[in-house]
Design a protein. Sequence first.
Length: 230
Amino acid sequence: MTYVMSDLHGEYQKFLQMLELIRPGDEDVIYILGDIVDRGEEPINLLLDIMNRKNVIPLMGNHDFLACDILKQLVKEITPGTTALAPKLMNQVLDWMDDGGINTMLQFRELQPCQREKILKFISGFSFVEIVEIDEKCFIMSHAGLGNYQKGKKLKEYTVYELIAARPDVDKRCFDDESVFIVCGHTPTRNLCGENRIYQTNGNIFIDCGAVFGGKLGCLCLDTMEEFYV
């Protein structure tokens, strides 16, 4: 089976509860469509866990992208004798803190240097798009969908912003072929349909059910289209 979830935002306990619910086997695959870090209580524990799961495939989210970029800079900048950060980096850090990065940074700071290096290498390897074909269906997965979609536009032509930070047009069907679906997170579904549930419309499947905002962690089995919530 192939499962997909998104926007865990450090909700490690909900992730473990979801695994208990779906009980994936060794041959099953779980895609996490970005935003693993920030906002929630245990972003680093969540990262350390999924690093050791061969059947979990993470994609890049805007929070992962920003955290990785800033943490790489901090690792280089903070050395013995450092008394202050460069103003530009300090402003980036402050903006990140305002956007939920505090737990990620504090927990990252507690790691040994070798663990920090492994985590940064791990996040840097997240893909931006994954395509899965199951039976007669094709699922195109990214954190934010395909921003500024244009017919004939190749996936490699989409910018980082369009894949991890753009907001969707729920009224727009991108593909005439009704067997092709775009699966994404990023925008909480309660902002789209008024409920914390997986929302499907016009060939788009939105799966960010607001786990860190008092909503739910949603998970979709692409083989059966069964929905799971914790």
